[in-house]
Design a protein around this ligand. Structure first.
Ligand code: NDP
Length: 306
């Protein structure tokens, strides 16, 4: 019987691993498909305290992993397909058919950003195409950018970018935004924000320096047009990775795990940390903070059982 299984290996999972391993809980992290999480999709990260020059996202993630390993965290590279409750413990089923039995679980499986799924997007991922304006907006200071999406995230990120960038174009695929009235109204009033409705990106254009523009198509009349921009920010939603606990742990209407102030879930012995329970902030530093909190709470729980 294991004491603690941490499901997912982003910053929240690694932080939980560091704390749990130092508390001698001998934790296992099940890596999952997107090993390292969202930070592996970015280049330089400048908003993590302690790195005044910034740090490469992959380097940061690898350092966190090495730190968790140094204190004794074990890793399994596989996907969790189901978690079941059994009397006083849990059964964690892996895709390869293996089963781990454990007293406590921290779900830190993250939320995957939605992508447009067009060919040119892959080419410029991390070279002008980003899913996080707060993380990468600073690199586009004084430049023209595009933000795709019509929800609250698109509005919030457009507002943020409007203070840094020369011009922000919001690309909305329908004839109206899904965002709340107040958020929409706020961006409509900002001078350097231009909203283009009924439009979608057909192709992201660029060269070896990165993105240089986009080709747009109007959904109503099929007319195409090019806009010169250096950054393309996608704010078309996130999909929390919570399928494996559906029916066991309470989820909100978008599939995010519902947590209490101490990161506990409705199931005693299961906590959640990081983006999987956070549709709002989605930052590395907040993910790390919640990973720490969840591990400290799990430690108390496990020790009370001994
Ligand atoms: P949403 O799911 O609310 O919105 C996603 C937007 O992206 C929609 O406009 C959708 O268009 C569009 N979209 C989806 N797929 C594509 C695609 N392939 N191409 C182009 N456009 C696409 O996600 P958000 O991240 O905005 O918000 C998630 C939740 O978090 C919401 O409940 C929101 O209210 C909340 N939130 C709250 C904030 C706050 O209160 N400060 C800030 C940020 C988020 P369509 O409408 O046509 O489907």
């Amino acid at each position: 019987m294991e004491e603690l299984v941490i499901i997912g290996s982003g910053i929240s999972g690694y932080t939980a691993g560091i704390y749990a391993a130092r508390a001698k809980l001998n934790p296992i992290i099940v890596d999952g498909l997107e090993k390292g999480g969202q930070l592996t999709l970015t280049t330089i990260v400048e908003n993590i305290p302690g790195f005044p020059q910034g740090i490469d996202g992959n380097e940061f993630v690898n350092n966190c992993r090495a730190q968790a390993e140094k204190f004794g965290t074990r890793f399994i590279t596989d996907n969790v397909v189901k978690v079941e409750k059994e009397d006083n413990h849990f059964k964690v089923h892996l895709a390869n058919g293996d089963l781990i039995e454990t007293i406590a679980i921290i779900i830190s499986s993250g939320a995957s950003a939605r992508w447009l799924n067009i060919e040119s997007e892959k080419e410029f991922k991390g070279k002008g195409v980003s899913t996080c304006a707060t993380c990468d907006g600073f690199f586009y200071k004084g430049k023209d950018v595009i933000i795709v999406g019509g929800g609250d995230s698109a509005c919030e990120e457009a507002h943020y970018l409007s203070k840094l960038c020369n011009k922000v174009n919001i690309i909305v695929r329908k004839d109206k935004m899904r965002a709340s009235h107040i958020m929409r109204e706020r961006v409509e009033k900002i001078n350097n924000i231009n909203i283009l409705y009924n439009s979608k990106i057909e192709e992201i254009l660029g060269d070896n320096t990165g993105v240089t523009g986009v080709k747009l198509i109007n959904n109503q009349n099929n007319e195409t047009s090019n806009i010169d921009v250096h950054g393309v920010f996608l704010a078309i939603g996130h999909v929390p990775n919570t399928k494996f606990v559906e029916g066991l742990v309470d989820l909100d209407e978008h599939g995010f795990v519902k947590t209490n102030r101490d990161l506990s879930t409705n199931v005693k012995g299961i906590w959640a940390a990081g983006d999987v329970q956070d549709p709002k902030y989605k930052q590395a530093i907040t993910a790390a903070g919640t990973g720490c909190q969840a591990a400290l709470e799990a430690q108390k729980y496990i020790e009370s059982k001994e």
